[in-house]
Design a protein around this ligand. Sequence first.
Ligand code: ADP
Ligand code: MG
Length: 280
Amino acid sequence: MDRPLTTEIPGAAHRFPQIELVNVWKRFGEKEQETVAVHKVDLAIAPGEFVTLVGPSGCGKSTLFNMIAGLLPPDPDGSILLSGKPQQDGALLGKVSFMPQRDLLFPWRSVLDNATIALEVEGMSRRDARAKAEALFPEFGLKGFEKHYPHQLSGGMRQRVALMRTFLFERDLILLDEPFGALDALTRAMMQRWLLDIWARHWRTVLFITHDIDEAIFLGDRVVVMTARPGSIKCIETISLPRPRDASIVTSPEFMDIKRKLLAVIEEESMKSFAMEISA
Ligand SMILES: Nc1ncnc2c1ncn2[C@@H]1O[C@H](COP(=O)(O)OP(=O)(O)O)[C@@H](O)[C@H]1O
Ligand SMILES: [Mg+2]
């Protein structure tokens, strides 16, 4: 049974959310060993939305993504719906594009052959996959690097190859798990602006994990703040900063107000998370 739109989503013109999490839980281990990684998460994301997810390390963000990508079953308490349709037993596998937190490129494959992997796994011929990928190289700032190998690229370029691979796998929903986490601040800022540009042109729904609050506000239509473990949703902030957004927006009073508010919430959760770690 399809579910109608139950959660109010800013700007939602569609009947169903792109993705909806209803009472999603994930527990690992049993009895005394049990870890509750994800706790009662309810979240609906509209088609075309860019939602960022922030929370202390270890609060279950990657676990949540693994469930949405169909790699890990949620506990039976709740459900995940894609365009209104409930997804059971690994049904989500292959239905969303997913860039995992440690998305390693294969060092023995050229940039072009790294970009085409997902298409080849899907059964596309290598020739067709290469033609499709080659068309995206200019947009991803990689023109001329098709035959290079990952070790010959800068950190920013390697992340763009991984992102290109994710975009080439043409699904409406894209999950990006801390894609810019390892980059220096300047490269990161450049990549953020570039990603917004790509997103505006490709019309996809993006769910983006970060531990950087500026990044979360700068990119997002909404910022979802998670609690310390067991991860649940602490609050959701709608970011009505105008788009397109340029670098100067991060020093605007509106941006600062949002940041101040979110920092207070995140600080509280990070302290809890820290206390948990040092008492473990
Ligand atoms: N496969 C697993 N088995 C047992 N515990 C796990 C597993 N995956 C994650 N966890 C635990 O669940 C919690 C959340 O992990 P994770 O989702 O990676 O957090 P985050 O991405 O927010 O840093 C952590 O305590 C982690 O140790
Ligand atoms: Mg993680």
